[in-house]
Design a protein. Sequence first.
Length: 244
Amino acid sequence: MTGRDWVLADAFDRAAPTYDAMVALSPGYHDQLRTAADALVAGLPRSAGPTPVLLDLGCGSGASTRAVLDAWAAAGGGDLDLTGVDASAGMVQEAHRKPWPAGVRFVVDDALAHLRGLPDGSVDGVLGAYLLRNVPDRDAVVREVARVLRPEGAFVVHDYSVAGSLRARAIWAAVCHTVIIPLAVVKRSDVPLHRYLYTSVRDFDSVATICHRLQAAGLVDVRHRSYPGWQDGVVHTVVGHAPS
């Protein structure tokens, strides 16, 4: 496959069998997803019905979906309508291999196409973990999320972002070139995908730009946090809400 023919969803398909093992080696990966999921659950609208409707866009093999379920259970639980959406059939296949309660489903679809098929104001909360960096039209995705959210519904963006910080850019380059890419070689994972991870994060929006995208789509009370240790300024969670 030439560089011109390289397709992201295909790369995730190839990496799917080893993806969970790779991310398990990333310090704080699952804890950070859980923090983002906690923010989603805490931000659900007061008007949410007895069975909130949630989307996990870019769900991959289901790690973020599991984080949402765990956050929901910790908050008191109950019924939940949760759909994981991912463009990679291989990743969704890996998600399907895991046990899930009733109310959880997975679909293979482009995030923007899936959103465009939903009615206005039909969703209580959306998690986009490692999503916006990987979509061609970020503004369109954010606008569609804003459209499908119910009043006061929450949109949580969780991703790497190093733009605007020389320290963060240097840390990211060092980690990728000395740990992530060599480890992909050892683990026989998809090396071009991990090289893409490096460049996609390097070239991704700054946190300020992410916040601006949410605000430009009409979301309010936009807030941001990063994480301690070497990932401070590298990994971020941004939360915005549909107006009441």
